[in-house]
Design a protein around this ligand. Structure first.
Ligand code: UD1
Ligand code: CA
Length: 456
């Protein structure tokens, strides 16, 4: 039985925000969400989140039946926080303590701690820091065995010279933890109940304290300010970029990529600078994404090229398409094969079939479009009558002239041609030319007005 406690009650004063600290986002996900994911990855039987500052905002934001939320109404220290969760824990397992504001710890770094606890030891994650100021120091005896942790504020100058610090992350058999937490006192510089005092109790009770260090220092860095949040965001994005590079993706600049969700790529994908991928995005083999594109919950099939400044949201893009620059594809859109969507074209909730082209300045909404349709510049589907949305159906091989309005509900039959400038208010028959256009007139001999001279 593995039970994981996540301490998340702190206010985070230095964030200078009304939002509880653990609800700030890293890579689009709550800080606390990252820690919860790690806890799941470790196969936790129970995950207990200790919350406090911000009231119900934390349980509401994370709403998940697999989490147990425990309120710590007043924050009297990390030991006090753990104490609030003890009634929820069972004595026959091990407890691992994590922190809601330390988002980037790898599950693999924590497994040895859990294993130590399962073997009846206390597993403690420590790290050697060049600048250990502010952290609890790991005090060892002459044989190198951990004796206790001393908080920076309580430490002597000799202890402050120690560079090995406490990350706060530890694992231990739960029945021991319960006993020790009951013994904690707050007679220290901060008047708090320190979780760190359990180390000395473990030593006293003859438990082995087994320390491990993370592979990267950033795995144990916490977020206390917006600057630290930004720093961890970059570190995380750097890791994501490296994983993509290792998988063979070409990133024109790995420092200018943001993935806020999961990005899966086929072979020979090329991504230019400043692209943002949100939610679940899949790019098929050979897909090219130009600079400054934003893709959110999108699948893009093989061989498609997306040019610069294109925004795609909740859509399925087929094979060998060409999109952009400056296209906007909105939710509910599917593009089949070899579709071209050009600049300043907006498509919403529409299905566009093979080989159709909408190359310039158009709005296509609530539309079913067949194959090989050509939509002229400035075409607008008038899908909204002010109260309801209506569909436009454009069958195969239709040619729509420029500056055309299709007032939905309306159908344009197979192979029809619509003349430029048409306002279509009734269905257009298949195979015929339909147009609405006032007769062209010429006023012969007409003169332009001449600017009159002002007096004085
Ligand atoms: C703690 C450790 C210190 C370690 C450092 C690593 C203690 C006494 N000290 O110090 O040895 O080097 O972390 O960053 O544990 N929290 C609550 N409720 C509380 C108090 C804290 O939920 O009553 C949460 C905070 O939200 C925070 C975490 O616990 O996420 C750590 O608390 P904080 O007060 O920042 O501990 P430090 O002084 O940094
Ligand atoms: Ca801290």
């Amino acid at each position: 039985m593995l039970e994981i406690l996540i301490l998340a009650a702190g206010k985070g004063t230095r964030m200078r925000s009304d939002l509880p600290k653990v609800l700030h986002r890293l890579a689009g996900k709550f800080l606390l969400g990252h820690v919860v994911d790690t806890a799941h990855a470790l196969g936790a039987d129970q995950i207990c989140v200790v919350y406090g500052f911000g009231g119900e905002a934390v349980p509401q934001a994370l709403a998940d039946d697999r989490l147990t939320f425990v309120l710590q109404a007043e924050q009297h220290g990390t030991g006090h926080a753990v104490k609030q969760a003890l009634p929820r824990l069972s004595d026959d397992g091990v407890a691992l303590v994590l922190y809601g504001d330390v988002p980037l710890t790898h599950a693999g770094t924590l497994r040895p701690l859990v294993a130590a606890a399962r073997a009846g030891k206390l597993g403690l994650l420590t790290v050697d820091l060049g600048h250990p100021d502010g952290y609890g120091r790991i005090v060892r005896d002459a044989d190198g065995r951990v004796r206790r942790i001393v908080e920076h504020k309580d430490a002597t100058p000799a202890e402050r010279a120690i560079h090995e610090v406490n990350t706060g992350i530890l694992a231990v058999p739960t029945h021991h933890l319960r006993r020790w937490i009951g013994e904690l006192k707050n007679d220290n510089a901060q008047g708090e109940y320190y979780l760190t005092d359990v180390i000395a109790m473990a030593v006293r009770d003859g438990l082995v304290v087994e320390t491990h260090q993370p592979a990267h220092e950033w795995e144990v860095l916490g977020v206390n300010s917006k600057a630290q949040l930004a720093e961890l965001e970059r570190i995380h994005q750097g890791e994501v970029a490296r994983t993509l590079l290792d998988a063979g993706v070409t990133l024109m600049d790995p420092a200018r990529l943001d993935v806020r969700g999961t990005l899966t790529c086929g072979r020979d994908v090329v991504i230019d600078v400043n692209c943002v991928f949100e939610g679940r995005v899949e790019l098929g083999e050979g897909v090219q994404v130009g600079a400054n594109c934003v893709l959110r919950n999108v699948t893009v099939a093989a061989g498609t090229r997306i040019d610069a400044f294109t925004l795609i949201d909740d859509a399925a893009i087929g094979e060998a398409n060409r999109l952009g620059p400056f296209s906007r594809i909105r939710p509910g859109t599917t593009l089949a094969r070899d579709v071209h969507v050009g600049n300043f074209v907006e498509i919403k909730n529409s299905q566009i079939d093979d080989g159709s082209k909408i190359n310039h300045l158009s709005y296509v909404g609530d539309t079913s479009m067949g194959s090989r349709v050509n939509i002229g510049a400035g075409t607008i589907t008038c899908n909204y009558d002010g109260a309801n949305k209506h569909r436009t159906v454009i069958e195969d091989d239709v040619f729509v002239g420029s500056d055309t309005q299709l007032v939905a509900p309306i159908t344009v039959g197979k192979g029809a041609t619509l003349g430029a400038g048409t306002t279509l208010t009734r269905d257009a028959p298949a195979g015929e030319l339909t147009l609405s256009r006032p007769k062209q007139v010429t006023v012969t001999g007409w003169k332009r007005p001449v600017k009159q001279k002002k007096e004085s």
